[in-house]
Design a protein. Structure first.
Length: 197
């Protein structure tokens, strides 16, 4: 049975994501039901200060409606996802550091090839001595009935210096990333940190 995930971008009134995070976690049993939290993230670049990203796992059906019922949630957008080559379980993220979410606009027929190119590139990308980086997840949409859709890559870095250095990975990794780029229509990254308390 495939693993189910939901990526939700939430906003609240005011200038901080904090009341939103507290409301979502305080009402978890009621609002999220049997779904688990894979990770909650606040923005460094690309998100407003009163926004957060919530990735849920397990029974994520109607997650958009469930989150909308939390009074602190002003707006929400949810994308329903399945993993490709990572992750292989529902274990929540616990490692502090930088998490970059990168959306790819893709042709759904290319999803498997993109996943395989990524997996091959990671053999060299995540073992470099020049930086610290570990791809956490590469998701595709649950609904792939349309020709064009999205994939979502989440990568952990120990900090912004590693992210910057990793822009020039080893030649072996670069070759696969270039091939992936050739069949990717567009990309958009968001830099975040895991909310740990």
């Amino acid at each position: 049975m495939p693993l189910d995930f939901a990526y939700s971008r939430l906003s609240t009134e005011g200038s901080s994501y904090r009341p939103l995070y507290e409301a979502v976690t305080a009402t978890k049993r009621e609002a999220l039901g049997d779904a688990g939290i894979w990770g909650a993230f606040f923005g460094l670049f690309g998100l407003a200060s009163n926004e957060m990203i919530l990735v849920t796992t397990g029974d994520v059906s109607n997650m958009d409606q469930r989150l909308a019922e939390i009074s602190e949630v002003q707006t929400s957008e949810t994308l329903y996802l399945q993993p490709t080559v990572r992750p292989v379980d529902y274990e929540p993220r616990t490692k502090e550091g930088l998490y970059v979410f990168r959306f790819f606009d893709v042709r759904h027929k290319d999803v498997d090839e993109i996943a395989q190119l990524s997996k091959t590139a990671w053999v060299h990308f995540e073992t470099s001595d020049e930086y610290q980086a570990i791809p956490q997840a590469l998701f595709c949409q649950q609904d792939r009935s349309q020709p064009i859709g999205k994939m979502l890559l989440c990568t952990w870095y120990d900090g912004l210096n590693s992210w910057q250095t990793s822009r020039t990975p080893t030649p072996e990794a670069s070759q696969n990333f270039r091939a992936r780029g050739a069949i990717t229509l567009n990309t958009k990254p968001y830099a975040t940190r895991l909310i740990t308390a």
